[in-house]
Write a protein that binds this ligand. Structure first.
Ligand code: SAH
Ligand code: SF4
Ligand code: F3S
Length: 452
């Protein structure tokens, strides 16, 4: 141990700033990156102006995600002119997709590291500090960052992400993720449970198990339902969530496990992408509209109070007016509580980019997306109105942004509730009766024991 502390750490007090784009997986990865760099003596900072090393953890999912990052790199060019010696790096999915190209040109950066290369970051940054460039975009079939304890950056101290698998083997025709994140691999169940337990012991009350397709998690004998159960068994006071589920792998066993444990949250994010079976076939989603609706029925039968949310894409290759209408009708039939809605963006290298022309005209794509959004606004508002008058257990996450005297937290269904602070604190479970809502938020009154 003495030897370790005496070893000259290369980072020795140098400051690291990381900006995170994209999905929750990237949020989790940034916490791993900070842990790796801290071991080398770097100190994490939230102030970009005092950073010696700036890393952008990037996303490639749609062209506009990449454009945003390019814009940011252009802004960072000024910082680099003013601060010689500053190291700027691109990590994550865009690093994996564009590789050495990111070193070239006006916005050229010093370091490029793909999602499986984070253990190598200290060496890459050292190379850049010595005036060179550091690149590692090797994908791995095994890396799960086991043994690296993520440095929690969220700071509410109540809810945390726990990555349980990496990569994706599904190859949906439109999607870049299998190319940027590599093969699907699951993390050792024992380390997942240990990490969740240590979070609970440190005051956390909610963990979200993360992966691109968590239902296909498998480590030895342990499948996803077993893993969720083992995490939920840590304590009835620990809420368990997970994302994302793929409809093709949404099993009755998982739903039975959820139904049997009240601390597994009543919320399922089940991306449909489209309501049309012909479209789903072109997308290579491996399920039909009927299959999807059967899974919804299976959820409702076991957990009538379970929230269902989704992702939808408007205007994918060859989408006809009828196919679009089927998406709208699916939305109505399911009555989604919430949805992420996107316009199709062709990604280089995907099956669709090679074989399915991006042929829906821009105005039609935009119009269809607007119709989807308008309908979802209506469905979401209706879903909130249904909750008025009901009681929910709310896990308090923080002070309301609008009013210091109010707290904000979430129901098991993952809806945000704002209510008067009283004597309650962050991390408490509070029973709240909903008294009103907007399209985005529920408002309520805490229920006192004797009052009922
Ligand atoms: N693994 C998850 C989601 C990953 S990406 C899943 O399979 O559900 C998040 C969402 O981005 C996807 O669900 C999809 O709706 C959307 N998306 C992915 N690629 C896209 C593209 N090329 N254009 C538009 N939206 C896309
Ligand atoms: Fe992309 Fe499909 Fe994998 Fe999700 S399941 S990450 S949409 S390829
Ligand atoms: Fe984006 Fe990569 Fe996530 S492409 S959505 S950051 S897996």
């Amino acid at each position: 141990m003495e030897i370790n502390t005496l070893r000259p750490l290369h980072g020795a007090g140098r400051k690291l700033y990381v900006e995170t784009y994209g999905c929750q997986m990237n949020v989790g990865d940034t916490e791993i990156v900070v842990a790796v760099m801290q071991r080398e003596g770097y100190v994490h900072t939230e102030r970009i102006d005092e950073a010696d090393v700036i890393l952008l953890n990037t996303c490639s999912i749609r062209d506009n995600a990449e454009q945003r990052i390019r814009g940011r790199l252009a802004e960072l060019k000024r910082c680099r002119r003013e601060r010689p010696g500053l190291v700027v790096g691109v990590i994550g999915c865009m690093a994996e997709r564009l590789k050495e190209q990111l070193l070239e040109g006006a916005h050229g950066v010093d370091v490029v590291a793909g999602p499986d290369a984070y253990r190598d970051l200290p060496r890459l940054v050292r190379q850049a500090e010595a005036g060179g460039k550091g690149v590692n975009v090797l994908l791995s079939a095994e890396e799960t960052y086991a043994g690296i304890a993520p440095v929690r950056l969220d700071r509410n101290g109540v809810s945390a992400f726990v990555s349980i698998m990496r990569g994706c083997d599904n190859y949906c025709a439109y999607c870049v993720v299998p190319y940027t994140r590599g093969r699907e691999r699951s993390r050792d169940a024992a380390t997942v449970v240990a990490e969740a337990r240590s979070l609970f012991e440190n005051g956390y009350r909610e963990v979200t198990l993360l992966g691109q397709n968590v239902n296909s998690y498998r480590f030895g004998e342990v499948g996803f339902p077993d893993l969720v159960r083992r995490v939920a068994e840590i304590s009835p006071l620990l809420r368990v969530r997970f994302a994302t589920s793929h409809p093709k792998d949404m099993s009755d066993r998982l739903l039975d496990t959820m139904a049997s444990m009240p601390n597994i949250c009543r919320a399922i994010h089940l991306p449909a992408q489209s309501g049309s079976s012909s479209m789903l076939a072109r997308m290579n989603r491996k399920y039909t509209r009927a299959w999807y609706l059967d899974r919804i029925a299976a959820i409702r039968q076991r957990m009538p109070d379970c929230a269902v949310t989704t992702d939808l894409i408007a205007g994918f290759s060859g989408e006809t007016a009828e196919e679009h209408l089927e998406t709208l009708s699916l939305m109505r039939e399911v009555g989604y509580d919430f949805a992420y809605m996107f316009k199709y963006s062709e990604r280089p290298g995907t099956f669709a980019s090679k074989h399915l022309p991006d042929d829906v005209p821009e105005e039609i794509k935009s119009r269809r997306l607007s119709e989807i959004i308008a309908l979802q606004n209506e469905l979401g508002h209706r879903s909130n109105l249904r909750d008025v008058g009901r009681e929910f257990e709310v896990l308090v996450e923080g002070t309301s942004k609008r009013d210091e005297r109010q707290l904000s937290g979430r129901t098991s269904q993952n809806k945000v509730v704002v209510f008067d602070r009283g004597t309650h604190r962050v991390g408490d479970y509070v029973r709240v009766r909903i008294t009103g809502c907007t399209a985005a938020t529920l408002f309520g009154d805490p229920i006192t024991e004797q009052g009922n």
